[in-house]
Design a binder for this molecule. Structure first.
Ligand code: FE2
Length: 242
C-alpha cells in the first residue's frame, strides 16, 4: 500500500507560538513572555481575519522547512519582546511589525526548494543572488492584499537591511532603514541564530554583545531594548523603598 504524505499540523492562529521549544524563551521574564505572547496572538488573529492573507500564511507554513517556520515565529516573538521595551511603538505599529514578521519570508516560497535547505553561508554566488531577491519577491507578492499597508510592506522588504550597510537588497544604513524594519532586522537575526545554532538565548546575547562585527549591524537603541528583554523588571512593591 502506498504511504500517504505526512500531514502538516494546522496552524493555530489563537496560539501561534505553541509548539516552539521552551529553550528558545529561556531567561525571558514571565511578564515579557506574557506581553509579547499576547501581541503575537493579536497579530496572528488579524492575519486569520484577513481572508486571502490567511490562506497565504497557511500555504507558507505548509510548504516551509520546520526550522524556517520556527524561525519566523520566534522572530515575531523577539520583535514583540524588543518592542515591549521601546516607548515609541504604539499598538497599531506593533501590529504592523508583528504581521510583517509573520510574513517576512513569504518570498522564500518562490525560491528553489534546494536553496531553502541551505545555510546562507553555504550558498554559491549564483544561489546567493537568487536568495537576496526574497524580500523583493515577498513584497511584490503581498501587493495584491488590501490588508497589507506600507508599514507592513517595509518590514518585509527591509528585514535583511543592516545599520552598517552590509545588508540587502539595498544596503541601506541605519537611519535610512524604516524604524519598524530595524526592529525586525534585529529580531530575525537573533531568532535565526537561536534556531540554527541551538544555543541558549542568554549565551547568544552575551556572544553578540562581545562581537563588534555583529553589533554594528543594528541600531544601538534596539540592541539596548533586546538586552532589557532579559532583565526582570523591578518588583513594584520595592519601588520607593530605601
Ligand atoms: Fe529573510
Amino acid at each position: 500500500m502506498a504511504e500517504s504524505p505526512p500531514t502538516v499540523k494546522e496552524f493555530d492562529f489563537q496560539n501561534p507560538l505553541q509548539g516552539l521549544p521552551p529553550e528558545y524563551f529561556a531567561g525571558v521574564p514571565i511578564e515579557v513572555l506574557r506581553a509579547a505572547g499576547l501581541a503575537c496572538m493579536n497579530a496572528s488573529k488579524t492575519i486569520k481575519s484577513s481572508g486571502d492573507l490567511k490562506k497565504t500564511f497557511v500555504l507558507y507554513q505548509q510548504e516551509s522547512p520546520k526550522d524556517e517556520f520556527n524561525h519566523v515565529l520566534l522572530a515575531t516573538f523577539y520583535a514583540a519582546a524588543i518592542a515591549h521595551s521601546l516607548d515609541w511603538v504604539g499598538p497599531k505599529s506593533l501590529e504592523r511589525l508583528l504581521m510583517g514578521c509573520l510574513l517576512h519570508n513569504v518570498g522564500m516560497m518562490k525560491l528553489p526548494a534546494a536553496l531553502r535547505q541551505k545555510h546562507p553561508s553555504k550558498l554559491t554566488p549564483e544561489e546567493e543572488q537568487i536568495y537576496h531577491q526574497h524580500p523583493r519577491v515577498g513584497v511584490n507578492f503581498l501587493l495584491q492584499f488590501s490588508s497589507v499597508d506600507e508599514a507592513l510592506r517595509q518590514v518585509v522588504y527591509q528585514h535583511h537591511e543592516h545599520a552598517d550597510g552590509s545588508g540587502f537588497p539595498n544596503r541601506l544604513t541605519n537611519l535610512k532603514i524604516y524604524p519598524l524594519a530595524r526592529v525586525a532586522s534585529l529580531a530575525t537575526y537573533f531568532a535565526y541564530a537561536l534556531v540554527h545554532e541551538k544555543i541558549a538565548p542568554i549565551v547568544l546575547l552575551k556572544r553578540f554583545m562581545t562581537s563588534r562585527a555583529e553589533m554594528v549591524k543594528f541600531d544601538p537603541l534596539n540592541i539596548r531594548a533586546l538586552v532589557k528583554v532579559f532583565i526582570k523588571s523591578e518588583d513594584p512593591k520595592k519601588k520607593g523603598k530605601g
